[in-house]
Design a protein around this ligand. Sequence first.
Ligand code: NAG
Ligand code: NAG
Ligand code: NAG
Length: 580
Amino acid sequence: MFNISNMPMFNNIARGVLILCIFKQALSAERKPNIVVFIADDLGYADLGCYGNNTLKTPHIDSLARDGVRLTHHVATASVCTPSRAALLTGRHQMRSGLAPSTNIRINFWVGSRGGLPPSEITFAELTEQAGYRNALIGKWHLGNHRDRPGDHAHHPLSQGFHYFYGLLGTNFDDFANDGSKVVLKQRPYFNIQILASWLSIVACLIYAYRAKYIGVFLFAVLVFSLTAICWYLYYIMNNLYFLNSMLHRNHDIVEQPAELVGLSKRLVHEGLEFITNSSGADSPFLLVMSFVHVHTVLRVSRDWDGSSAHGIFGDAVQEMDWSVGQILDALDSSGQRDNTLVYFTSDHGAHKELGVHGGCNGVFKGGKSHGAPEGGIRVPGIFRWPAVLPAGRTVDAPVSLMDLFPLVAKAAGISLPDDRAIDGRDVLPLLKGDTDVTPHEFMFHYCGSILAAVRYIPKTGGRVWKQVSHMPNYLPGTDVCKFGCRCSDLILQDPPLIYEVISDPSESHPIDSQSVEYADISKKVEAAIKVHEASLEPVESMFSYTNVLWRYTYQECCNGTFPFYCQCSDSKYSNKFYV
Ligand SMILES: *[C@@H]1O[C@H](CO)[C@@H](O)[C@H](O)[C@H]1NC(C)=O
Ligand SMILES: *[C@@H]1O[C@H](CO)[C@@H](O)[C@H](O)[C@H]1NC(C)=O
Ligand SMILES: *[C@@H]1O[C@H](CO)[C@@H](O)[C@H](O)[C@H]1NC(C)=O
């Protein structure tokens, strides 16, 4: 029987439940998504199962594509590490932060130098920091360390929004094999002969001047001596990348020197899992950037992966990296954070083709790492997974830039974009969700160093993507490679520029007729866009000037002594044999 006297109580309970529901909803609405970013190093477009590779086994990265959104037209802003990473982190073209070099040094070479991502730049970690996130960078940084004073660490990840760092401040080099391999001297095999020749000439000059008592000749010998000293300095710093750069940091301290690359993936995973565990109990969401040292040479894997693939040590490294991704994804699953975590997977640029079997595969695309404009150097895998927001199994063919992560992170964290600077990344959330198939980008600019080598034009009508190429690498005849890599100073001006339609001609082999009406129309639009783009660039200090980029004695860190003595340490956290 209906009892009217129970009504107020019922009302109270109902109200209580309602309030509880609203409260819970408010809570879950307040709970911002975690963000996990995976950055592979030098991974090619065609090195993953979900991008058509049928011999490399990458089930965990493939699962991201199955459960999320896979991009087929995903573009890096540079074909080498430092500038591409700067743009990824800041959502801005690298020349805005002074990281588009006008010399042939296009990456941060020495940890003991003063160039890097300027502190005035805002990284996406600084956005999430504002929103109360805990941020970690595990793996490779490659965007500098010191700035104005030795030890100020103004370019260090902990000065750029991260709260925890473990990994390489610089990059991996062939030299880290410690077996006599040299990445620079491989490009300049006669460098030591040049040095030897200058030593011999100075000795000859000094003897001659001494005998003939010629002051002019003596001064000349002093000049030669100075030049030789410069040569010797360059030779020393290029010949000793292992000794100068091979070290792992935890936060501000060197914890391992030299870095042991065998088993490093396991240590990176361990750090990532520890960070997730540490963060899971906390009230605040987290941002975890897993910036893999794989698959850059020198390639070293742990014993479990040695010989595991059908593609030698390169394939082993891809598969070990895939395992690493799987470990982090499993941790998200088991801690119940899968649905509310935005996951992104990318490579910093295309595969290093000149390395042959030690480099990856860029599929149908021409060229690769270091080449500037050709697709192979800048078209990379790109996958987003965010089960609470994005559809599963969607493929997006419209162009998306690595810089678009920045606005997406801002949106996810509920932070507005900085309004005091140009942001080149665009809001691609509607495109990822499937609300539209049109990219917010109309033009994309592709640089080699500080040279604008190509422009991509994406008409809003869709279906076509034009690419106007004004500078091509100086390829070895009949190939799409240079000797070790391509130098921007060797680019060949294309006059008139070549225009390709890269959807129907992805390997850029059939430029359209430069006499056609279509050519004139596209060219006019592109030239106008270049003007607008160039007008938006403000002059900034070059982070790659010789004084910024070259090694300095006083900036060299050494874990357990004063450089060059006792620069050797091992990390007590990883003395266990599991990590080999
Ligand atoms: C996790 O927390 C412990 C204890 O505070 C700390 O020692 C460790 O460095 C943290 N690890 C990471 C990766 O955040
Ligand atoms: C798969 O990747 C390997 C290593 O980069 C490469 O040699 C092979 O050609 C790729 N396969 C396909 C189908 O792209
Ligand atoms: C630092 O060097 C001293 C010897 O000079 C050595 O006893 C000590 O174990 C070293 N510390 C580390 C962390 O390797």
